[in-house]
Design a binder for this molecule. Structure first.
Ligand code: ZN
Ligand code: ZN
Length: 136
């Protein structure tokens, strides 16, 4: 029943844009890329398709990572590293700790089905740059 909804050409394209990057793009970034394929596409169409893809669990929406929602084509459980300097979101190169679900279950007000973790810090690019602003 997961594949019930109609995959339009636009949605297919938006999905492949997100699956082909690991930069966890914002809707705006996806829009810029989508315009290269379909010049007439509107930002509203991109937003609508992103929401549909999230609903169908084809992609993940990361809402707590800064001002804008970011989207992730990797729906396997994995952790994120969020840079407080540049706002970049990177995947952690480790497997999700499923044992955590069991550990936390006793304290949960319901049945745990999974978890998400975000680690905050400074990415290597920002560390190497020191504390200077990037272009001003
Ligand atoms: Zn950074
Ligand atoms: Zn990710």
């Amino acid at each position: 029943m997961k594949k019930k909804f109609r995959m339009t050409k636009q949605r297919q394209m938006i999905l492949s844009i997100i699956r082909n990057t690991d930069c966890h793009p914002t809707a705006d970034w996806v829009y810029q890329e989508a315009r290269k394929e379909i010049p007439g596409i509107s930002l509203g169409t991109v937003y609508r398709n992103l929401q549909l893809l999230v609903k169908e669990q084809e992609i993940l929406e990361l809402t707590s990572s800064g001002k804008f929602s970011r989207f992730d084509g990797n729906i396997d459980p994995h952790y994120h590293f969020i840079c407080t300097g540049c706002g970049g979101v990177k995947d952690m190169k480790m497997k999700a700790l499923n044992i955590l679900n069991e550990e936390v279950q006793a304290a949960a007000p319901g049945k745990i089905e999974g978890h998400r973790l975000e680690f905050l810090g400074m990415c290597n690019d920002c560390l190497n740059q020191g504390c200077q602003g990037n272009n001003n």
